[in-house]
Design a protein around this ligand. Structure first.
Ligand code: NAD
Length: 262
């Protein structure tokens, strides 16, 4: 028996980066996992089969588009019908767009608010009846340091992530007597393939070493000058599902190397 044996988790946006690592950490802890996200069908199937093989759990995939409330509701319903329950919900799917506000395309605003904020409302409202019936649930939002502080040119992302902090607190209060907790993890810069891929090009363009690009350009905001890793976020998610975190709810947990302490 491991921490999450016989439990079931749904992780939005788990076909890449942070969500993929969270799905793996939950599977390693014994949970059956519903994967979700965009991507190449064969790669997603390989990821699903790999989780089953390595961790001896059941994994499934649902292609719900996080801009579509009906598809989101179906994903939660399918999680419950496939595994017989839903204990852990991780709202991770997210996109970004960087632009001065006067040029910010309204359709990008709408997409970011839909995927980075509203999808969490839709998953939570659908999952809570199952969690209440079971008498236990863990809701983990993957927010951002931008749930706590702003940066210029990220109007929609900062608004959405601040919204997630408010939603997290509200859900925590409503669920306080149901053994259902809701917390937001707030990463700073995370080492993902997306970030790694930019380093060599930036180093070339700025005539810097790759280490200088990491510490002086990308990690300038982060006092430790260290990236958060996807594995650390996976482990923090598992911690929030452990008995040690039973009375932790409504929090925003920065994993940002001190960025928001300044
Ligand atoms: P990523 O691009 O590697 O992964 C995003 C995931 O979301 C993918 O699986 C993608 O398919 C999915 N997705 C995107 N649009 C979707 C849609 N409409 N419907 C369903 N799924 C969709 O990004 P990541 O870096 O792993 O980011 C994951 C989360 O972490 C996001 O919410 C992001 O805001 C947050 N975050 C990332 C960083 C970072 O530095 N990478 C820092 C702080 C917070």
């Amino acid at each position: 028996m491991t921490l999450l044996s016989n439990k079931a988790a749904a992780v939005t946006g788990s076909t890449s980066g942070i969500g993929q690592a969270i799905a793996e950490a939950l599977a390693k802890s014994g949970a059956n996992v519903m994967l979700n996200g965009m991507g190449d069908a064969a790669k997603i199937e390989a990821q699903r089969a790999d989780l089953e093989k390595r961790f001896g759990i059941k994994a499934a995939y649902h292609p719900a588009d996080m801009t579509k409330p009906a598809e989101i509701a179906d994903m939660i319903a399918k999680t419950a019908s496939t595994f017989g329950r839903i204990d852990v919900l991780v709202n991770n799917a997210g996109i970004q767009h960087v632009s001065p506000i006067e040029d910010f395309p309204p359709e990008k605003w709408d997409a970011i608010i839909a995927i980075d904020l509203s999808s969490s409302f839709h998953t939570i409202r659908a999952a809570i009846p199952f969690m209440k019936k079971q008498g236990w649930g863990r809701i983990i939002q993957i927010a951002s340091a931008h749930a706590l502080v702003a940066s210029p040119f990220k109007a929609a992302y900062v608004a959405a992530k601040h919204g997630i902090a408010g939603l997290t607190k509200t859900v925590a209060l409503e669920m306080a007597e149901h053994k259902i907790t809701c917390n937001a993890i707030c990463p700073g810069y995370v080492w993902t393939p997306l970030v790694a891929g930019q380093i060599a090009d930036t180093a070339k363009a700025r005539h810097m070493t790759e280490d200088q690009v990491k510490s002086d350009v990308i990690l300038a905001a982060q006092p430790t000058h260290q990236f958060t890793t996807v594995e650390q976020i996976g482990d923090a998610t598992v911690f929030l599902c452990s008995p040690a975190a039973d009375n932790i709810t409504g929090t925003t947990l920065p994993m940002d190397g001190g960025w928001t302490a300044k």
